[in-house]
Ligand binder design. Sequence first.
Ligand SMILES: Nc1ncnc2c1ncn2[C@@H]1O[C@H](COP(=O)(O)OP(=O)(O)OP(=O)(O)O)[C@@H](O)[C@H]1O
Length: 204
Amino acid sequence: MELIAEKIVKRFGNFLVLRNISFQVKSGSSIAITGANGSGKTTLVKILCNLMAPTRGKVIYRNNGNVIERGEIYRYIGLVGPYLQLYQELTAQENIDFFARMRNLKNYSEKIRKMMELFKLAGREDDPVKTYSSGMQQRLKYICALMHDPEILFVDEPRSNLDQEGIQAVYRILEEHKKEKILVISTNDQDDLLLADQIIKVGN
Ligand SMILES: Nc1ncnc2c1ncn2[C@@H]1O[C@H](COP(=O)(O)OP(=O)(O)OP(=O)(O)O)[C@@H](O)[C@H]1O
């Protein structure tokens, strides 16, 4: 699997946020997007995930040399980010079932059980997400992003709201993920940059 960004430019009106961002990342490697607050990290992640169109430039996903169509990209990616909302009125299990149905996933209960255990959410499956703390919600986002074993995992602000134990669990997962798949993180944290084989700086 390969993710290629070709001369990505993004403007909001006259405001130029991204100027000519290009890179390539392959399975078995990782990339970090870094830059000051407001420099365009989240904008770039959204463009890479096909959630926002670039003003100019291209995002290409290739699998065994074949280009994946835009409409199919979601099957290959998992995304964790502050703007990714869980359904607050639904329980954790209902959120998980919703994501599973969207991805046509079957027989996922054992995998979810292990991940709920790992993220210390076991026993809280039937609680509405609105009763979860922000750190618990962040943990649940990781579970929803990872349940279909995505080839590319995007994490915008990996540590967001997590305690030390949560960060360690996430780090183990990210280290494991980038061994054979693609990891893209957006971060301002110097420690997070150590996870990356390549660093892209956005902004000035
Ligand atoms: N939909 C939008 N319309 C207009 N301007 C936007 C829009 N989205 C983002 N921007 C602007 O683009 C710039 C980059 O925003 P972005 O959220 O990508 O930054 P960031 O690097 O992720 O910031 P932070 O580190 O604070 O999360 C900001 O100046 C922001 O105000």
